[in-house]
Design a protein around this ligand. Sequence first.
Ligand SMILES: [Ca+2]
Length: 526
Amino acid sequence: MHAWCWEEYYFGWRVKIPVFEAGGVGSLSRRLSVLVVVFGCLLPSLVEGHGSTGHGLTGQGAGGRSSQPNILFILTDDQRFDATGYAGHPIVKTPNIDAIAHDGVRFSEAFVTTPICAASRASILTGSYERRHKFTFGTPPISAELCGESYPALLKAAGYKTGLVGKFGVSVAEGQAKNMFDLLSPIGYPFLKKMPNGDLRHIDQIATDRALQFIEQCPQNQPFCLSVWFNSPHAEDGEFDRLYPWPKTVDGWYEDASIPVPSLEQEKIFQNEPPFLQRAMNRIRWFWQFDTQEKYVKNVRSYYRMISGIDFEIGRLRAELKARHLDENTVIVFMSDNGYFLGERGFSGKWVHYEQSLRVPMVIMDPRLPEERRGKSISNTALNIDIAPTVLELAGIKTPTGMQGKSLMPLITARKPSGANPAGTTLSWRKEFFCEHLLVDKDIPQWEGVRGERYVYARYFGQSPAYEFLHDLKSDPLELKNLVGNHSYKKVLDQMRQRNIQLKRENDGEYSIEKFPLLPKKNGQQ
Ligand SMILES: [Ca+2]
């Protein structure tokens, strides 16, 4: 099996500062480092613990610019759509995420357009499909042009103090990071780092520590946009004894929870998958994580613990905002970069077109919203490419014309957008969306497709011949039946094929390796 180490991709301009020694149960003997890249005057203030008197007393941006709220964007890694308390999960507890949902709005139908860390994060940054930003594992960095259109770059240019801590997960064209961030502090695996005093500290806790420092050090007269991109609950791949390391804040959680194991039906479902999916990464990872009952229960409990560990850190962030009187002018955005299979279909991971892979949790809390708009669940389809336009609108910045997502603010505020229908009472909003996976990898097949309200179409164009799926969510919400070849659905199939072609045409056209260049292969890398 090839080395699966792409999560460690960073970029050429970094400054590498070894900080911690390896630690943690079952960790490899590799040497660890934390990458801290800081621009402008923030480095001395953070490192030396002095600087401005900090944010704090007014709760507003520069000179009382309350029209520009602070923005705290919390991204989790591989958190599936239903793994929150507010979504009704029977086991995992997320009181702080639930409180954000209670105070804001939740998007019950939120999806990513490409279900993998790297491409989804590039989509989040640039508001663009993978086909436009052309970034995933194994590709050159995100172009300077698109970096310039990313939400951090545009907010920074508009006067925001911008920061990102945690898992960045993308590389950007040389020289662009400084245009995007005042502080970029990526933190890589392992999850447990040995601190100078010998204690082990979880990287989500370390990310929060840095986030709190950032908030503390932001000038009082400047709004901030801080992206806290947690590494959890992504598995620490290769650490088979402890794939999901959790912080000690949640030690013992769910130890007595009954974890329903996947039924034998999952194996029958797996046998119905086409051969190229039966041998794909979803199955390889299933053997890593879920192929025995003992492994399944242990790993699912640990996955849930990691989510509750993030939730604890979110509580720290909110408490800090409140203590500094920033809570009433700080918008909080929460989502995950892709979904996750926990054994369904005999799979683990993401990457494919099925719902568990594409669907994510998403919450937006704008404290300036009137009471009657809070605590709502919005069922319009929201996408990862909508985040950048939403953040730009919050900051009062015009969305670049090439950006493909749409601001979610009309849904959140229930105001009439420019696309309102003639009656002016119903919001015009997408009923379907284009989705894709363009990574070149021998274990992850390429595909493109359309997910509509009722029908899901996917075309695995890397297969020869191309292999298609058609699902009817109304009669088959679990997507267990492939209706391609079912004569009754021939018309629907033709329509979905046409929509796929049309949406593809609207979104940068046909895929080709010429339009989507790869980096030269390294030894052992596919
Ligand atoms: Ca991910």
